[in-house]
Design a protein around this ligand. Structure first.
Ligand code: SAH
Length: 246
């Protein structure tokens, strides 16, 4: 996929093999012009407007993924990856796949040698998440399984377990058989009452590394203006990170 940036620095994501010309605010660009365009090219629309071409980055595509269930946002996904130290050798088990947002991010971190196995009970969301994973070209790294994780985990010697579902405490017993010693157990929960239940259910063989939420406030800096944006992405979820000791 490619990104087009117009003279107002607005961003448009387009596919690689268009079968129609593209008409946007900046005018028309022909399909031949667009299909042949390379990273760094500067095109001219029929109105004489400049359009910059970039190869789409992971983030450009991630921002446009199709959404069903509420996704884990980049700010949270990034901190989950940061505080669990996952790398291209990591084996991750996740549930539920949902829209596939968190598993795409994790897959992008652990590719090409690592793997992400994600459990999902809904056929509809398996389809949605699989499409998003394919758009990000992560199908060799991220494997979605039509299984209920409350029934058990097939994988062993897992480096990190991430759960974004209502009752993560129902997975603790399974985690004890799957997570490797020193592995990280992450629960993403919207409500503190769920965090309390999860933390009190965790057995003694886990050390709570941290429990946090993260609020990202972006700023506008333009000429004399330098202020926070009026809207912010505030509370999304609480992240609990525990580590298996034995
Ligand atoms: N983290 C995802 C969103 C997950 S939404 C993202 O970033 O896109 C929660 C998902 O968990 C839903 O799709 C739901 O179908 C699934 N789910 C709920 N309970 C489950 C279970 N026991 N096993 C597997 N999936 C489950």
């Amino acid at each position: 996929m490619k990104v087009l940036i117009d003279e107002q620095y607005r961003k448009f994501l387009i596919g690689d093999n268009l079968d129609k010309d593209l008409q946007l605010d900046f005018g028309v660009l022909s399909k031949d012009q667009l299909n042949a365009a390379q990273n760094g090219d500067v095109l001219q629309s029929h109105l004489g407007k400049k359009v910059f071409v970039l190869d789409a980055s992971f983030v450009d595509i991630f921002e446009k993924i199709k959404r069903g269930p509420q996704i884990i946002t980049l700010k949270d996904a990034a901190l989950i990856a940061a505080y669990t130290g996952i790398s291209d050798k990591s084996i991750i088990v996740d549930a539920g796949a949902g829209s596939g947002a968190l598993i795409s991010y994790l897959g992008n971190v652990v590719k090409p040698s690592g793997k992400v196995y994600s459990y999902e009970v809904s056929d509809e969301f398996i389809k949605l998440a699989s499409e998003n994973i394919k758009d990000l070209n992560l199908q060799d790294t991220v494997i979605i399984k039509n299984k209920n994780i409350y029934d058990g985990i097939d994988e062993k010697n897992v480096d990190m377990l991430s759960l974004d579902l209502p009752e993560p405490w129902r997975v603790i017993e399974h985690a004890n058989k799957s997570l490797k010693i020193g592995g990280y157990f992450v629960a993403y929960l919207p409500s503190m009452t769920q965090v309390q239940i999860f933390v009190s259910a965790l057995t003694k063989n886990y050390r709570i590394e941290q429990i946090f939420e993260d609020l990202q406030r972006n700023w506008i800096v333009r000429g004399q203006i330098a202020r926070p944006e009026s809207m912010m992405l505030g509370h999304t979820g609480f992240i609990t990170i525990a580590r298996r000791l034995y």
